[in-house]
Structures are given as C-alpha cells and as structure tokens.
Write a protein that binds this ligand. Structure first.
Ligand code: PHE
Length: 358
C-alpha cells in the first residue's frame, strides 16, 4: 500500500496548498476528475484477481473520501479568508463625523418646534394636527366663542370667500381648534400637543400675518391647575436651559378656559437687551387654563367626570429669545444667507438625552 500513502500525501498536499478556489478545483480534478489519478487507479481494478480487487477497491475508496473531505475543508478555509478580506476592504469608520455641507440648514422655527416636541414627548405627550383652513365651529363656536361674541374681535381673522350656504371658512387664528378635533375624535385620557401655522391680519415689527403656535391639551379625571403649572414651569426651564428660571401665572381671560392664566418668565431688560433669568422683570410667554366645562360638553366629554388643562404658545418669540434673532420678519424672508447664519445642521436632531441644541 506504500504507493497509495505517497499518492495520498501528494494529492492532499496539493489540496491544502491551493490558494484560491480555482487552484483548489484543479487539485480536485487532478485527483478525482474523469482523468484524475485516483480515478485512473480505479479503472485498473478490473485487471486484479477478486481477492486483491476487494482490498484495493476499499483502499482506493477510502483515499477518494479522504481527498474529497480535504477539498471540502480547504474550501471552507478559503471561503472564510475571502470573507475576511472582503470585510477588511469594505471597512467603514462609523465614528467619522458626517459631512453636513450639501444637506442645507434647518430653519430656526423647525428647530424650535422639534425642541418643544422633544420636551413634551418626554412628558408623555403625543403630537396631533389639524387643518390650517378651519370652519367657524372648530375655530370659534366649539371653543365657547358663539357668533356675535365680543371675543371674536380678539383675533383679526382672515375669512375665505362666501360659501354657497353663506358661511365662511377661516384661516385658523390659533391652534386651539385642534383641541376640539382631538376631543371629538379620541376618548380621554388625552395628552397631546399640536404645533402648526396660525394666521391673523396683522403686520408690524412684532407681528406677521402667518405665525406658529403650539397647543397643549391634557384631559383625564384628576388633572388640576397644579399639574398645569408644574408641566409648563418644567417646559420653560428645559427649553431655555435655565434651571432656576422664575415663572408666575397671572389671572387672564380666554373663553375656552376657566380659570385662565398667562404665564410669565423672569427676565431683565437692562440696557435695552432682553435677557432671561432671575432678574426681577417679567416676560409673558403663553396663555393657559383649565378647559371650560362647556367646551368639554360641546366636544362630547362628560364634564362631571373629566377635566384638564390647555395652553397655547407662540413659537417665533421663544425662538428669537433663545437664538438671539432680533427681527421677527426675517423668519419669513427666505434669505439663504440668514438661514446659513441662524439655521441648524440637519442631522443634529434635538433630544433631551443628547442636548436640545448643540
Ligand atoms: N388660543 C389662545 C391664543 O391664541 C391661547 C390659549 C390656548 C389659551 C389654550 C388658553 C388655552 O391666544
């Protein structure tokens, strides 16, 4: 059997030395192919006497299996090496910073909205939306502002042209109609904020006909004015990133809340510059109150069982304060140089965990 031992060494040696799949296949064919060396020896079996043929046949079969197994092993080794090489050549450093250039900039209003959403989302609020073009019912009547009510004059409303039935749609004057739409479509408990565009016929240094608000609404069986205050104080501190930002709630009036309040935060106006913090002066930032029982009833919610609070806040002014933007009207000029200066990088999404604005 000496000749087979030498042959085995030869053939398996060729297999294990193969450096790629093509060389491996050549080694396999040289041993086991139609004209391979083992196959050749098999063909010679016919010339042997039966006893010798049996032994020789068994030995050749073993050799054949050994070579085949070696080929399989080598194939695996080569495949692993090929994969390792491919992974190495395609390696990407995922810690490299992104190249922000060509992606443009996020408008400060969008950034501010994202920040506000991040803060309220952390408190368990979800985002609700409603249409910019509203009907009288959702914008006024359902909010306890019936026709001819003097409170209608609080807003300089844009009316759309007459409809066949004599009524007019309006550009919503506040985000409060989203309160109505939410209460009429989902059962309590409710905890939503509703950011969006709002419209009033007003244009000067501090007013634009289109501006943004975010509405908040919480309805359940136990929520009270203390929750309203805690929620909004926490919001203001998180948004402006001032831990000891003072705040106060002044009695006010809105037809859809009772009691109603306006929230002020601490500031200084020394030297004509507005600065937030514990400086003794006050700046109004939002309107709020406990949802009026009549509004709950109009929206189909049992006011003897449910109660809650609402608030509404402009976006532009807090954005100007936080980011030092001096002129309201520049928000809507569409000036790219302005946007490059005041805008934000698209991939720096605000989150409480990573910091609202970096
Ligand atoms: N909708 C009011 C406004 O635009 C703000 C507000 C909302 C007040 C919710 C109380 C409750 O001025």
């Amino acid at each position: 059997m000496d000749d087979l031992d030498a042959l085995r060494e030869d053939l398996i040696g060729a297999v294990t030395r193969a450096q790629d799949l093509a060389a491996l296949d050549a080694a396999r064919v040289a041993a086991l192919g139609k004209k391979g060396r083992v196959t050749g020896l098999m063909k010679n079996l016919g010339g042997l006497d039966p006893e010798a043929r049996k032994d020789r046949g068994a030995a050749l079969n073993r050799l054949k299996d050994e070579v085949a197994a070696a080929v399989e092993d080598r194939k695996q080794v080569l495949a692993r090496a090929a994969m390792a090489e491919k992974l190495e050549s395609e390696r990407i450093d995922v810690t490299l910073p992104v190249r922000p250039g060509p992606l443009g900039h996020i408008h400060p209003i969008s950034q501010t909205l994202d920040e506000i959403i991040a803060i309220f989302a952390d408190m368990g609020f979800t985002v609700a939306e409603g249409p910019d073009i509203e009907d009288d019912f959702h914008n006024f009547t359902a909010l306890n502002i019936p026709p001819e009510h003097p409170a209608r004059q609080m807003h300089d409303t844009f009316y759309l042209p007459d409809r066949p039935d004599g009524t007019n749609m309006v550009l919503r004057t506040h985000t409060s109609p989203v309160q109505v739409r939410t209460m009429m479509s989902v059962p309590p408990p409710i905890r939503i904020i509703a950011p969006g565009r709002t419209y009033r016929s007003d244009y000067d240094m501090t007013h634009t006909p289109m501006f943004h608000q975010v509405e908040g609404l919480v309805i359940d069986e136990t929520t009270h004015m203390g929750h309203l205050k805690g929620c909004l104080i926490e919001f203001a501190r998180a948004f402006f990133d001032i831990d000891d930002l003072p705040s106060r709630f002044r009695p006010s009036f809105f037809p859809f809340t009772e009691p109603s309040a306006e929230m002020d935060i601490g500031c200084s106006r020394a030297g004509g510059a507005l600065k937030l913090g514990n400086y003794g002066d006050w700046l109004e930032i939002l309107g709020c109150g406990m949802v009026h029982p009549r509004v709950l009833e109009i929206c189909g919610i049992d006011s003897s069982r449910y109660q809650g609070f609402a608030f509404g806040m402009g976006i532009e002014r807090p954005a100007m304060l936080k980011y030092g933007i001096p002129d309201l009207r520049t928000f809507f000029d569409g000036d790219l140089r302005w946007l490059r200066h005041y805008g934000f990088l698209p991939l720096d999404m605000p989150s409480l965990a990573l910091g609202l604005s970096r």
